[in-house]
Design a protein around this ligand. Structure first.
Ligand SMILES: Cc1cc2nc3c(=O)[nH]c(=O)nc-3n(C[C@H](O)[C@H](O)[C@H](O)COP(=O)(O)OP(=O)(O)OC[C@H]3O[C@@H](n4cnc5c(N)ncnc54)[C@H](O)[C@@H]3O)c2cc1C
Ligand code: FES
Length: 280
């Protein structure tokens, strides 16, 4: 059992859990993820390690309530309660190269997993440009954390209520106009967003790393559920990734595969919502 020591709600669908796990906090590196079991009966779900505090012995998860398990956790996981299982760190840590100028792009929830990479690049001496995108200003989170580590921060909102009116791809174009000497881009967010970022940087020949979120079961390379096509070859998101070269990823196939269980997921959520209504 792993105690939840803090919870913060960023919006009605996005919440942060800080979880006690000293061994994991000691071993975690940017880009890695954990597999979490909410209670003994729950399915196992992969979540990125959005932050870790080796001294406190905690890891931070930022979660979007999209279906049955993440909504159930949103309802039940309060400070003082516990998670039945947290396994990890899993996945290959992000390669933090010796670059002079890096751009880290986070779209919506992607803001959380891109943060440890941004911090590592900054600590390694890079000039760090952050681009974060949200639908509107009320959904913005971790602006303070990004400001602490960014030499230049571009905030984008769909409705223009804060920063640039537009998406992170607009922010990325602005960044290239301001800084033609960008060496590398890291983009994390919905697959369509990562694909669009990779298409902007492809003609500029700027290396662009993305973090993929295929459906995972075991997270250890055994089930093959997380197959992704990269450079024409099949790779496993869990053991070869989750970071891959964005110019080589077949995003269209990834998006089709992500929708494979949509009917079952809808049914599971409907059944869970009905049960909850009866118990409330
Ligand atoms: C490496 C990795 C890191 C991730 N990090 C985060 C994170 O930091 N925060 C966060 O909120 N979400 C993260 N996700 C996605 C998260 O695992 C899913 O949102 C969650 O499993 C959905 O479960 P559900 O029962 O609430 O929703 P469901 O209704 O079961 O699914 C909703 C959608 O989530 C995706 N999904 C469902 N099951 C899985 C699964 N086993 N593995 C991957 N995706 C799935 C599918 O696209 C599905 O359509 C990550 C996924 C991966 C692979
Ligand atoms: S999740 Fe099973 S092989 Fe990757």
């Amino acid at each position: 059992m792993h105690k939840i020591v803090a919870r913060e709600d960023f919006s009605d669908v996005t919440y942060l859990l800080e979880v006690e796990h000293p061994m994991l906090a000691k071993a975690a590196k940017p880009g890695q993820f954990v597999i979490v079991r909410h209670n003994e009966q729950s399915e196992r779900i992969p979540l990125t390690i959005a932050d870790f505090d080796r001294q406190k012995g905690t890891i931070t998860l930022v979660i979007q309530a999209v279906g049955k398990t993440t909504r159930q956790m949103q309802k039940d996981c309060v400070a003082g309660s516990s998670l039945a299982g947290v396994v990890g760190p899993m996945g290959v840590p992000s390669h933090i190269g010796d670059v002079k100028k890096i751009v880290c792009v986070g779209g919506g929830l992607g803001v959380a997993p891109v943060f440890p990479q941004l911090r590592s690049y900054k600590e390694k001496g890079a000039y760090a440009i952050g681009i974060v995108g949200f639908r509107n200003k009320d959904l913005i989170f971790w602006e303070d954390r990004f400001r602490r580590y960014c030499d230049d921060l571009i905030i984008c909102t769909d409705d223009g209520s804060s920063g640039v009116k537009g998406m992170v791809t607009d922010g990325l174009r602005i960044a290239f106009e301001k800084h033609p000497d960008i060496d590398e881009v890291v983009a994390i967010g919905p697959p369509v967003m990562m694909k669009s970022c990779a298409e902007i940087t492809r003609p500029l020949k700027v290396k662009t790393m993305v973090s993929l979120n295929p459906i995972m079961v075991d997270g250890t390379g055994m089930c093959g559920g997380c197959r992704v096509r990269v450079g024409g070859e099949m790779r496993f998101g869990c053991t070869d990734g989750p970071d891959f070269d964005g110019h080589l990823v077949d995003f269209d196939e990834l998006m089709i595969r992500l929708g494979r269980f949509r009917d079952d997921e809808k049914l599971a959520l409907e059944n869970w919502s009905q049960c909850n209504k009866k118990h409330d």
